[in-house]
Design a protein around this ligand. Structure first.
Ligand code: NAP
Length: 438
């Protein structure tokens, strides 16, 4: 294998993470005409699309359709996909930097922020991140959650909290039309939940819900929404987005109840202080701003107070903000003088909607291309990284393998009468991917 220098002319970029941020980086690199590029997108999972596949709620089918746009980017002649490759284990960051002129970290923020309150680890207390991954068919989260309870609490006033609450109160027959794995659908159908409580530590003017998601919650069939008028009446804001949320809460507060099968209660100014119970969650103790407390009985508590990023071996990490430190996407304190970039949630934190990652990725590519000449001066050995992967016995899932997984999921969807049903086991995914080679 010969060392390749700038004379050869093609800018080689490895993107770690095949979620929207990473794929949009590839898109922005391919969209420019100044420099020839080769973009290799590497992901730990056999399937691409990251947060779109494993984070966006299954009933948000229109948003899920963004996958066809991302798929087209993966199919670009200058882009390759290498799934089932765990950076740090199957290939190291120094090995990637020896192969590529630039490495872009776009591997997201996968774990839950902790509440740090007594009882947080009791059985029945579940991180929303894990629950979302489960209903999204993430192969690391194949487990069984029982919803055979009467009351559940979702802590947090963000869009993930609203996703979790909506998925568990929605009529399961509506969920049958989505791509949720069969075992998830079985659990939703077996649910005996009647009351779901969304609990926020601050007031309605501080809720982080976006308006579309909030309104959707109030339109679910078979669900009454309940808000205490005393918590929302008279609360106002000059901010247009906040005002729209407040209008929805006020309308809910004065809406007559219909006697629906399920109720969704929204509680503000209720700081989670303690999860009560001995062998299992029995209630959440909430503290009011005046220091008084009250308990909400529940057998299930979903903690939805944000996602945080995790470090990657060999890459700088800021423990206080849980991101890779960067200046205009250029990694600060990396192992090479130029050549490491960060974008998406691991670069800026778990904020924004999917579309935010498109502009973020463009920003990263602007910095990367501004460094072009210095990047091309780095001596790299083309193809060396995947040799290390092979030496470690790992077989990457390439685009044809992913297409075979995709076809297997579409075929499984046909059995249930809908577009797709997810494969949620590592073995199923790898077997389906391997079938492409036969
Ligand atoms: P988020 O929007 O940051 O919301 C986190 C919530 O947790 C906030 O209400 C926050 O309250 C609360 N919280 C944090 N620490 C807490 C504590 N110790 N005790 C009680 N509450 C606490 O995060 P997210 O819901 O995980 O969403 C992540 C990102 O993904 C967001 O940008 C979101 O919009 C996006 N997303 C979008 C969609 C969509 O567009 N449909 C769907 C899902 C997610 P404070 O405000 O008081 O800190």
């Amino acid at each position: 294998m010969d060392a390749v220098t700038s004379a050869e002319g093609t800018l080689r970029v490895a993107v770690i993470g095949a979620g929207p941020a990473g794929i949009y980086v590839a898109d922005a690199l391919c969209a420019q005409a100044d420099h020839p590029v080769q973009v290799d997108i590497i992901d730990r999972l056999p399937a691409p699309f990251g947060l779109l596949r494993y984070g966006v709620a299954p009933d948000h089918i229109k948003m899920k359709n963004l996958s066809s746009t991302l798929q087209r980017i993966l199919e670009h002649e200058s882009v390759r996909f290498f799934g089932n490759v765990n950076v740090g284990e199957d290939v190291t960051v120094p090995e990637l930097l020896a192969d590529y002129h630039a490495v872009v970290y776009a591997y997201g923020a996968a774990i839950d922020r902790k509440l740090g309150i007594p009882g947080e680890d009791l059985p029945g207390s579940i991180a929303a991140t894990a629950f979302v991954n489960w209903y999204s068919g993430h192969p690391d989260f194949f487990t069984s959650y029982s919803l055979e309870a009467t009351s559940a609490i979702v802590i947090g006033l963000g869009n993930v909290a609203i996703d979790v609450a909506r998925v568990i109160v929605r009529d399961p027959e509506e969920m049958a039309a989505t791509d949720v794995p069969d075992d998830v659908l079985d659990a939703l159908r077996a649910s005996t939940l009647t009351d779901v409580h969304i609990v926020g530590r601050r007031g309605p003017e501080h809720a982080k819900f976006t308006i579309k998601e909030l309104r959707e919650m109030g339109e679910l069939a078979g669900v009454d929404v309940i808000v205490d008028p005393a918590e929302v009446d008279g609360v106002d804001s000059d901010d247009k987005d906040v005002k729209r949320n407040l209008d929805v809460f006020k309308e809910w507060a004065h809406r007559p109840q219909t006697g629906a099968k399920r109720r969704l209660h929204v509680h503000f100014h209720s700081r989670p202080a303690e999860l009560l119970g001995t062998d299992h969650v029995e209630a959440l103790r909430c503290e009011r701003p005046d220091g008084s407390t009250y308990d909400i009985p529940a057998q299930l508590v979903f903690r939805s107070v944000g996602y945080i990023g995790t470090p990657m071996p060999g890459v700088p990490f800021d423990d206080s903000t849980n991101v890779i430190p960067n200046d205009e996407h250029r990694v600060i304190g990396g192992t090479v003088e130029v050549g490491e970039y960060a974008c998406g949630w691991i670069g800026r934190g778990a904020t924004g909607v999917i579309g935010t990652n498109r502009s973020d990725a463009k920003g990263a590519v602007t910095s990367l291309l501004a460094d072009h000449d210095r990047l091309m001066a780095r001596e790299v050995t083309e193809g060396s990284a995947m040799v290390h992967v092979a030496q470690r016995g790992k077989v990457p899932v390439v685009l044809a393998g992913w297409n075979a997984i995709d076809a297997a999921e579409i075929s499984r969807g046909g059995v249930r009468g809908n577009a797709r049903v997810k494969l949620s086991l590592w073995e199923e995914l790898l077997t389906a991917a391997a079938a492409q080679a036969e």
